[in-house]
Design a protein around this ligand. Structure first.
Ligand code: ADP
Ligand code: MG
Length: 349
């Protein structure tokens, strides 16, 4: 594998007047990786993607593609193709014309153009739909045309901005699997922006979390889900109970309970995945337990989700197997929470 990153974002920031859309941010995307920028709306994801594409000029910093500084290059000189939010197809053109359009601009010979377009329609499963117009396609099919239109250019980077946001939940899930398979089969570097954590987890080799103009942390889906370093990540990804509280005599206190985490220093929070919390109907004989009251019980089929209000503390999620509800767990009931200390993760921010 090439050791020069496919994309390097180096100290890049963007201000709009006094608004800071992105604070100085650096990251590198290795060649062939499926890289996802994940975070809440307004966090700076689209701004970041458009600066890589060359559609927005950074206020500071440099963008390099394949080791070449492209910061001063226009979008059409950057070896990137973009899949925009929404469908954005030419309504008066057929599927084939939509996909071939970018190649026509590049004045490709007619037969090569036809071959590449046909191969791409085959890849996205739209052979037989060449003569249709976008209005005669489903949402998922239109999304595939958009993808084909970007991939047919054979750029080294494909940039996707909320590519599945217009699809319903079932279709979005199917398209996630397809996107992942397509990226694996073409081997192109993908940078995909989404606010949807499940979408990010499904497609990504690597996820970078962006919020409030800051890259919070990055890692594999498994790393950010199981061992989030930042409190924000624990709150945004997965289903976690997050506790913070006063540090009394060097120990974190949650409500009035026994000290959690000795030798603690502020600012400190701990998080525990909802499925790693043990629920007891009687006070257990353990040093560290949190009493609380069940405020919600959601039966979800295989598992159940409870919301438990910890005495003097937050409302936290707890996951059980549904059959464990039979022990007499109900809304309004008193419970005690505990966990294996190895399952508690510490966060500084
Ligand atoms: N052209 C613009 N003028 C002023 N503010 C903008 C402009 N574009 C984006 N912003 C602001 O920059 C921030 C980041 O926006 P954006 O990158 O679109 O976030 P995301 O894609 O994560 O939802 C938001 O606060 C947004 O309102
Ligand atoms: Mg956006």
């Amino acid at each position: 594998m090439n050791s020069v990153p496919a994309v390097e974002v180096d100290g890049v920031s963007k201000n709009y007047g006094s608004v800071s859309a992105l604070k100085p941010t650096s990251f590198a995307v290795p060649e062939g990786r499926y890289f996802v920028l994940l975070g809440p709306s307004g966090g700076g994801k689209t701004t970041t993607l458009r600066m890589i594409a060359g559609l927005i000029r950074p206020t500071t910093g440099r963008v390099r593609i394949g080791g070449r500084d492209v910061t001063d290059q226009p979008a059409n000189r950057r070896d990137t193709a973009m899949v925009f939010q929404g469908f954005a197809l030419f309504p008066h053109m057929t599927v084939e014309q939509n996909v071939a359009y970018g190649l026509e601009l590049r004045r490709l010979p007619k037969d090569e153009l036809r071959d590449r377009t046909a191969a791409m329609l085959r890849l996205v499963g739209l052979t037989g739909f060449e003569a249709r117009r976008p209005s005669a396609l489903s949402g998922g099919q239109q999304q595939r045309v958009q993808l084909a239109r970007a991939l047919v250019l054979q750029t080294s980077i494909v940039l996707l901005d909320e590519p599945l946001a217009a699809l319903d939940a079932t279709l979005r899930k199917d398209m996630c699997f397809e996107l992942k398979h397509i990226q694996e089969s073409v081997g192109t570097t993908f940078i995909h922006v989404t606010h949807n954590q499940e979408e990010a987890m499904t497609v990504a080799d690597e996820i970078a979390l962006i919020a409030a103009g800051t890259l919070v942390e990055s890692g594999s889906p498994r790393e950010v889900y199981e061992t989030p370093r930042c409190r924000f990540t624990a709150e945004f990804i997965g289903e976690n109970a997050v506790f913070s509280g006063p540090i009394v005599e060097g120990a974190l206190r949650i409500g009035g309970a026994a000290p959690f985490v000795r030798d603690a220093e502020p600012p400190l929070a701990i998080s525990v995945a909802a499925e790693n919390i043990d629920l007891h109907l009687q006070q257990p004989d353990l040093e560290q337990t949190l009493p609380g009251t069940v405020v919600d019980v959601f039966y979800l089929g295989f598992s159940a989700l409870l919301h438990v209000e910890v005495d003097g503390g937050p409302v936290v999620p707890v996951r059980l197997l549904s059959k464990e509800l039979d022990a007499g767990i109900k809304s309004g009931g008193r419970v005690w929470l505990s966990w294996d200390p190895d399952h508690a993760r510490m966060h500084t921010a």
